[in-house]
Design a protein around this ligand. Structure first.
Ligand code: ADP
Ligand code: MG
Length: 729
């Protein structure tokens, strides 16, 4: 029996979800995290102070203190039955990595002891050669090491087998080039902090620290494990390369906010519980637009922690799904013809005085501060839209952005009617000269036109890739499988750069003798004028917008290999060097890694497509073709009327034609791939894979395979069908 029918038979019997334990979230929240409260308990005053100094103000922890902290963390972990530890890091492969070591060791005289030295906490040397480096290690030094990030707390992972103490770390080469997502992110957050504090101090001298915040919304699909295993494309690529649309797709939209199916609900409750134990503050869960699609979102946190929590969550979901004989699909487009999955990145800036800089204020002064940050954000997106586009570019996100089903790959900003009006006012009324009108704008008008509770007032444009939603911006083009760090590194860096420039511009006016507030207002006006072409309030999914965007000169780069070019322009190099995020070689290396990832993805998909077509689709189709031939011959033999045979023959001809096309096109695609493989230049190779393999063949082969699926006897079809994957649970 084929895997498909096996899975279908087992579906009914396989899953009796265990009854859920009702526990209060507060009773288990962060029980597996080395929180500040736990640190207080397990560390000496001195060690605790040193740790907090590092967490809150980025101060260095010296060796002696690190040894003490290491001991404290081990004592805590051991009290929870942990025997192993690992440096947990986020290499550029896109998943997380860890190498487990035991606390157990032998003293020089052979006495067995358990220990966790400060050195083991601070630094480790994983086998770096298996992670992508874009040639960096070849150029510099073969080794890489992981280094402790005290700003993200250690945690205990006990899902699956064993209990492991995980130390969040950055991953760098021996000579200091970053090889992961976290190292540049931490640098970007620091750059943003400095630049934002400087601008804040125009308004409030007490602000000493600005922390970017992130609340991600994770979309995903859930399918039955047996059915998943019967689809080699899901197993190998995370998406279906073939599959005819089911009769019932998402036309009815009855899934959204509908009740969550029992089996998925049990899974959700389970992974939420595990997430709470690890301190991930999940808040919402619901169905998404597509069948079998869901979403969860936490309460927002400081960016670095939020990023760690998101990568951790993706890992937890995958592990917990196995308990329920389910599979989570984090791919951006697992199924053609129905909605893809994204990961909205809600982003804002918080001061250590408790102010959200992207929330309208209560007084004219705080509203001017809001306006300054708000307009700087728009300007940043305007000036570096190509980099934002590059930050979300991947082979899998290409199926979701700029493909034939919306959204397009154009970056624009939506701000809603109130703020559109405010910016318009500032633009029209603030003249080139400095006059009394400015004072009235400052004191009354701006304030009056910005409703305090904008959050409830903003109209929600769901089609904008970068939307202001009342007290935060929402970067929606990020892919569901992506590490948010990449988008967050770019967003915070371009914001830092823009704020620095703003400060310089305002200072120049002040030096000329302008009053501070007036100078700020005038710069805001200039920034509005200079960046208004990025603002768009209409339907971002419409064809008119693509044309309009082109008229405005906004880039619409549809494929990843080309979008990635923006990473290595002179402008990008200057930006990242200036803000000390990436050196030029680091940037070049990252560009190379992204291109290599793209090539590998398309390579694997292309191979798999051929394999599936040849060993799954064609045998079934040919078998059915033979049956038809037999049938027609038989009908003719017994002298059935011509008309009957004619219909059969038509069907046979159709099927034969699709079989021929699949055979022919797969052979051609193999040839095309060979040509690509022979190419030396990585960028050219990626582009060729995109146009000569993916664009030239994927849809065409799929078209014929999906036709065959419609004709061939259902009993003979090996691959689980869309209707089974999407509707059976
Ligand atoms: P939606 O209507 O888009 O579902 P919500 O208002 O429920 O939006 O919020 C979505 C996400 O935005 C949540 O993850 C939430 O934590 C996050 N969020 C709210 N305020 C902020 C903020 N100041 N900074 C960052 N993220 C935020
Ligand atoms: Mg949202």
């Amino acid at each position: 029996m084929s895997l498909r029918f096996n899975a279908l038979t087992n579906l009914q019997t396989s899953c009796e979800p265990e009854p859920l334990q009702e526990t209060k979230i507060t009773a288990i929240f962060a029980e597996n995290v080395f929180t500040h409260a736990v640190a207080r308990q397990f560390l000496s005053d001195e060690a605790y102070k040193s740790l907090m100094g590092s967490v809150k103000a980025g101060q260095k922890i010296d060796r002696a203190m690190a040894a003490q902290i290491g001991n404290g963390i081990r004592a805590w972990a051991e009290s929870k039955g942990v025997t192993h530890f690992t440096h947990w890091f986020q290499p550029l492969t896109g998943t997380t990595a860890e190498k487990h070591d035991s606390f157990f060791t032998l003293k020089s005289d052979g006495t067995p002891i358990e220990q966790f030295e400060g050195d083991a906490l601070i630094q480790q040397e994983p086998d770096a050669s298996s992670f992508p480096s874009g040639g960096l290690r070849a150029t510099f030094e073969a080794r890489g090491y992981t280094a402790w990030d005290p700003s993200s707390p250690a945690f205990i992972m006990d899902i699956g087998t064993g209990k492991t103490l995980c130390i969040p770390t950055i991953f760098v080469s021996y000579t200091g080039e970053s090889l992961d997502y976290k190292a540049p992110l931490l640098k970007a957050l620091e750059a943003l902090n400095k630049a934002a504090v400087d601008v804040c101090n125009y308004f409030d001298r007490n602000v000493q620290r600005v922390t970017p915040t992130l609340g991600w919304e994770q979309e995903y699909f859930v399918v039955d494990e047996g059915l998943f295993n019967a689809r080699p494309d899901l197993v190998m690529c995370g998406r279906t390369v073939f599959g005819h649309s089911p009769a019932k797709g998402q036309q009815l939209e009855d899934h959204y906010f509908g009740s969550i199916p029992e089996r998925v609900y049990a899974f959700m409750r389970d992974f939420e519980t595990e997430s709470y134990r690890l301190g991930i503050p999940l808040r919402t869960r619901h169905n998404e637009v597509a069948p079998a699609q869901f979403e969860c979102a936490p309460i927002y946190e400081e960016v670095n922690l939020a990023v760690d929590h998101n990568t951790l969550l993706m890992d937890i979901m995958t592990r917990v799904a196995a308990r329920h004989k389910l599979r989570v699909l984090l791919h951006e487009k697992p199924f053609a013809g129905i909605n893809g999955s994204g990961k909205h990145n809600n982003w804002s800036l918080a001061t250590d005085t408790g102010v959200n800089l992207l929330a309208p204020g209560k007084t004219p002064k705080t509203n001017l501060m809001f306006l300054a940050f708000f307009v700087n954000a728009i300007k940043a997106v305007h000036d570096y839209d190509d980099l934002l586009r590059a930050s979300i570019a991947s082979a899998s996100n290409d199926f979701r952005l700029g493909a034939n089903e919306a959204p397009p790959a154009i970056i624009s900003v939506f701000i809603g009617q109130y703020l559109t009006k405010v910016l318009q006012d500032v633009k029209e009324r603030v003249g080139d000269k400095f006059d009394e009108q400015d004072e009235s704008m400052l004191k009354i008008d701006i304030h009056r036109s910005i409703p305090e509770l904008l959050m409830d007032n903003t109209d929600r444009n769901r089609t904008s890739p970068f939307a202001f939603t009342g007290n935060k911006f929402e970067f929606r083009a990020v892919g569901s499988s992506a590490n948010c760090a990449n988008a967050m590194t770019v967003l915070n860096t371009i914001m830092a750069e823009t704020l620095k420039k703003f400060k310089k511009d305002v200072d120049a006016l002040i030096e000329k003798g302008e009053k501070k507030e007036i100078a700020i207002l005038h710069m805001i006006k200039q920034y509005i004028v200079g960046s208004e072409k990025i603002l768009f309030e209409g339907n971002g999914y419409s064809e008119e917008w693509e044309k309009e965007a082109e008229r405005r000169g906004l880039p619409n780069v549809k494929t990843a290999p080309l979008a990635l070019d923006a990473m290595v322009t002179e402008k990008a190099k200057a930006l990242f060097a200036h803000n000390k995020i990436y050196t030029h070689p680091e940037l070049e290396a990252r560009h190379e890694i992204e291109l290599e990832k793209y090539i590998k993805k398309v390579q694997i998909e292309g191979r798999l497509m051929v394999e599936l077509a040849t060993t799954y689709v064609l045998p079934a189709a040919i078998h059915y073709q033979n049956k038809l031939v037999e049938n027609i011959r038989g009908l003719k033999d017994i002298g059935v009327a011509e008309g009957v045979c004619e219909e059969r023959t038509k069907l046979l001809n159709k099927i034969s034609e699709h079989i021929n096309q699949v055979s022919k096109l797969t052979v051609e695609m193999i040839e095309a791939r060979k040509k690509c493989n022979a190419m030396e230049n990585t960028r050219e190779k990626a582009i060729a894979y995109c146009t000569e393999v993916k664009e030239a063949y994927y849809d065409r082969i799929r078209y014929h395979v999906d036709k065959l699926e419609q004709f061939v006897d259902d009993k003979e079809w090996y691959l689980p069908k869309y209707r089974e994957l999407l509707f059976l649970r």
